[in-house]
Design a protein around this ligand. Structure first.
Ligand SMILES: *Cc1c(COP(=O)(O)O)cnc(C)c1O
Length: 407
């Protein structure tokens, strides 16, 4: 086989479908987010980022930066090993305590990313618990799907957020058979939110464990940023809460929070935990500072909600279609991969606005979109420029508008 030819033709197919991904080569500037420099050829350019998962701007927060500087000066760069082999530092221990407290759980366990935490925790629970069946929401994140697949456990996929379908699948299994319901709170592409209480009711009735990915909700919802389950008073009803330190907390890493026994079980059996170098202590210290700050301060969450409402209202005023949902994610629907990529390119080139196109396979074909994530650090002038640029491009691409809202 001519390997290079094979690679090239597979990539050409992707390009033909408009699904080839091109990175924006960005340089963020401390304290200036969401402004950044884009270093793609031909020339460096100032851009405003509108698609970051650093939802609250915590990646620039002075408390987070000073905690990281301090830990770097105290401890040096890397952890020096896996958690078993000299890689457990005091900063890791403190961060796990902070996380257990955030979710009202007995314990927490850190991983190098949210992806790894889902892959390792779901993979380990589903493979080690005898005869475990995983009931997985149809729109679960790739990291959950891969973890479940890796476990080789029996898997039943239930229709997205559909309680009737979940119940029918639960009822089809013997009551004594171990079951794990895996789902998310805020789904990242449509911004819809799961009926967590009702799913917990079904779990109780059918003797199932629950595993909730709160990656897009931690730091963002609830009085202390514990997520949607905290906001709804449900944290104690979930067997496992999984989250990331890389999105609203602005650093990097992932975790589960659960009982002492469950965390110890995953710690003891998960290959994706055991055989990889621990996060640098400075990362752990920065994440802990971010969590501590957001436990005590609702200012960032409140301002972000106001910005999200303002962007939605301004889009409505000029008829740009976006998916209504109860979260902070604004999916602006384009419905065509080539136009979606084109709009994104022109936004960057002519308007200095960065919103990456979301195309297949991240979303189904025909639902290509721009996913806008307003933050507390976007200004009124940033919003003006965004809305007027989208208005121009909607006209230029002859995209349909919604009936205008009364002004
Ligand atoms: C981003 C994401 C993850 C992975 O988290 P990382 O920390 O970025 O690896 C897991 N679940 C969902 C739903 C996500 O969107």
């Amino acid at each position: 086989m001519d390997y290079q030819t094979y690679f090239r033709s597979a990539l050409d197919d992707l390009r033909d479908q408009g699904d080839y991904r091109v990175f924006a080569n960005l340089e963020r500037h401390r304290g200036a987010f969401p402004q950044a420099t884009c270093r793609n050829a031909p020339a460096a350019q100032d851009v405003t980022i509108w698609c970051s998962n650093d939802y609250l701007g915590m990646g620039q927060h002075p408390d987070v930066l000073s905690a990281m500087h301090d830990a770097l000066d105290r401890c040096g760069a890397g952890a020096g090993g896996t958690r078993n082999i000299s890689g457990t530092t005091h900063d890791h221990v403190l961060l796990e305590r902070e996380l257990a407290d955030l979710h009202g759980k007995e314990a927490a366990l850190l991983f190098t990313s949210g992806y790894v935490s889902n892959w390792a925790a779901l993979g380990t629970l589903a493979s080690k618990i005898p005869d475990c069946v995983v009931l997985s929401d149809a729109l679960n994140h790739a990291s959950m799907i891969e973890g479940i697949r890796h476990s080789r456990a029996q898997k039943l996929i239930w229709k997205h957020n559909d309680l009737e379908d979940l119940e029918a699948k639960l009822a089809s299994l013997p009551l004594e058979q171990p079951k794990l319901i895996a789902f998310e709170s805020v789904y990242s592409m449509d911004g819809d939110i799961a009926p967590i209480a009702e799913i917990c009711d079904l779990a109780d009735r059918y003797n199932a464990m629950t595993y909730l990915d709160e990656v897009h909700a931690v730091g963002m919802y609830g009085p202390r940023g514990g997520g949607v389950a905290e906001r709804e008073g449900l944290m104690d009803r979930l067997t496992v809460i999984e989250g990331t330190l890389g999105k609203a907390f602005g650093v990097v890493g992932g975790y589960i929070a659960a009982s002492v026994e469950l965390c110890d079980f995953v710690r003891s059996f998960a290959s994706g935990f055991i055989f990889t170098t621990a996060l640098p202590p400075a990362v752990a210290a920065g994440a802990a500072a971010s969590i501590r700050h957001l436990k005590a301060s609702a200012a960032e969450r409140d301002l972000q909600k106001a910005r999200v409402a303002e962007v939605r209202a301004r889009l409505d005023a000029i008829g740009i279609p976006h998916v209504p949902n109860p979260s902070h994610i604004i999916p602006v629907m384009v419905g065509d991969p080539v136009k979606c990529k084109y709009i994104s390119d022109i936004l960057m080139k002519d308007y200095g606005i960065y919103i990456q196109p979301i195309n297949y396979p991240t979303v189904p074909k025909g639902t290509e979109r721009l996913r806008i994530t307003p933050s507390p650090v976007h200004s009124a002038a940033d919003i003006d420029r965004l809305v007027s640029a989208l208005g121009d491009l909607w006209t230029q691409c002859q995209l349909a508008r919604m009936p205008m809202a009364a002004q």
